[in-house]
Ligand binder design. Structure first.
Ligand code: ADP
Ligand code: MG
Length: 215
């Protein structure tokens, strides 16, 4: 699996683009269940990453992850700021001195998601971004590039992320601001799950297009 830091600027641009394109829909979701600031929070982080993207691409992956985590911690704010900050800092710790092969990456990502669970005191089924990350990580741990091509694995990641996002619609929110709504949280997709899915699908698209038509 080729995960070169060279792709980081393209990935950051693709994520900023997809969040911008879906900003009205996501803001509506966060207004229904939260305080409506989720897109603005993420965009503060993405603006910071955009301005440093060339520098980030010069670093080793683990150093880039660490820097991204620190930048998100200070720039994003809200619940999502500390959760994404925690994710990247944990990825950086778990990934140190490891090769980025698929199974190793799945293991590193598992440790990152475990750190987010701890930080948020939350787990799957609570109508949060974890309902996207947990199934994606679980899928990656079982995925094998021996029996499935990497392009198919990536395609499955997108499908799992979309299913995870959709699954939040009929969940009762028990964490974050949405938990105050109790039963009224039913029927709405969680904004953080939606943006997690959009970001994962954007990363998949970048990686898939690199694999199918290398420049
Ligand atoms: P805030 O809720 O502080 O306004 P954001 O609007 O940026 O922060 O992010 C809200 C999203 O964060 C939610 O949609 C949910 O997915 C996620 N979230 C909130 N609290 C938790 C938690 N304890 N564990 C996991 N995810 C959470
Ligand atoms: Mg909010």
């Amino acid at each position: 699996m080729k995960f070169t830091p060279v792709l980081l600027p393209i990935i950051i641009e693709a994520i900023a683009d997809v969040i911008e394109k879906n900003s009205v829909e996501v803001t509506d979701l966060d207004q229904a269940l939260g305080d409506g600031d989720h897109v603005i929070n993420l965009q503060r982080g993405l603006d910071a990453l955009m301005s440093e993207r060339a520098e980030l691409a010069q670093l080793d992956w683990v150093d880039a992850w660490h820097k991204i985590g620190m930048m998100l911690m200070v720039s994003v704010g809200g619940a999502s700021g500390s959760l994404y900050g925690t994710l990247f800092i944990a990825l950086s710790r778990a990934g140190r001195d490891k090769e980025l092969a698929l199974q190793i990456f799945a293991d590193v990502l598992t440790q990152g998601v475990e750190a987010v669970k701890k930080r948020g005191r939350s787990d799957s089924g609570e109508k949060t971004l974890l309902d996207v990350f947990i199934p994606v990580v679980n899928y990656l741990r079982t995925a094998s590039v021996d029996s499935t091509s990497l392009v198919d694995v990536l395609d499955n990641v997108s499908k799992v992320a979309i299913a995870g996002m959709e699954s939040t619609r009929n969940m009762l929110a028990t964490k974050g601001r949405a938990s105050f709504l109790e039963e009224r949280s039913l029927g709405h997709i969680d904004a953080g799950a939606k943006t997690a899915q959009l970001m994962i699908c954007a990363i998949v698209d970048v990686l898939s297009s690199q694999l199918t038509s290398p420049t």
